[in-house]
Structures are given as C-alpha cells and as structure tokens.
Design a protein around this ligand. Structure first.
Ligand code: ZN
Length: 147
C-alpha cells in the first residue's frame, strides 16, 4: 500500500498572509507596532501587550538552532526521509518556530545547538512549507576564520 502524502497546511484567516508570503519564497512574521515585538504563531492580537496594532513584515529568514530531536520512526508520508530532524528554530527577530532541518545529516554530530540557519521552502501538496538549513554565510565566516 502506498504511503499517504505528507500533511498539507490548511490556511486560516489568521495564517493566510503567512502562506501568501511563503508562496513567494518569503518568510513573514507579525510585529506589534505598540511594543515593537515580533511574534509567532499568527494571531490578531499581540501576545505581549494585547493590542491589535499589528502588521505583517518580511523577516530575515535567519535563525539559530534552539533545540531538536531526530525522528527515526516517521509517520506515513515521511518514511523515505527517515531519520529526519524536528527542530525549534529561534528566529533572528526573536520568535521560535517549529520546523525541520534540511541539507544536513540528521545526527547529533551534524547538529550543533545555536548553529546558524536560514530558511528554505519545501513543496508539500502545493504549499510552500518553511524549513531551515545551515546558513551559507556561517559557512563563509568559518572559512574566513580558518584562513
Ligand atoms: Zn505588543
């Protein structure tokens, strides 16, 4: 029996602007204009000061690996990719986002806490889902240090 496809995100009115942006290859977050704080996940009110004076803005797409786990027993639809990494990424703007780490082996030897990451997007059922990979700038910086 064939595996079912990976689950596809279903946008709600609150999350539609997020998915509109990922469709363009951009990561957007909400920012509260009253207390100047970015937050995630999407909601119509600032979780810090409760105002509704909030805007959507493109963020840098850069972050750091806050924590992770390696899944060796994936659900249907993910079997070809096991093991894979489920991570909490702390974005440069502050909010933390659950995602997957791609472009690097899913092993403790390859995943260093606080390693610099950058967003990339993976098509899941026609939706562009944000994932994170080791930042290319970090590789360049390491190269400079070594040289
Ligand atoms: Zn606020």
């Amino acid at each position: 029996m064939a595996d079912p496809a990976k689950p596809t995100p279903h946008p709600t009115p609150e999350t539609q602007p997020f998915w509109d942006a990922t469709a363009l290859g951009e990561l957007h977050l909400q920012r509260c204009r009253a207390c100047d704080t970015h937050y995630f996940p999407p909601r119509p009110f600032c979780p810090h000061c409760h105002t509704d004076d909030v805007v959507w803005e493109r963020c840098s797409g850069r972050g750091r690996l806050h924590t992770y786990m390696i899944n060796h027993r994936p659900p249907p639809g993910w079997r070809d990719e096991a093991p894979y990494t489920i991570a909490v990424v702390e974005l440069e703007e502050g909010p933390r986002m659950m995602s997957n780490i791609v472009g690097v082996e899913a092993s403790p030897e390859s995943l260093e806490l606080d390693m610099e990451l950058e967003v990339t997007f993976e098509d899941q059922g026609g939706m562009q889902v944000p994932k994170f990979r080791p930042a290319t700038a970090a590789v360049a910086q390491t190269g400079e240090v070594v040289a």
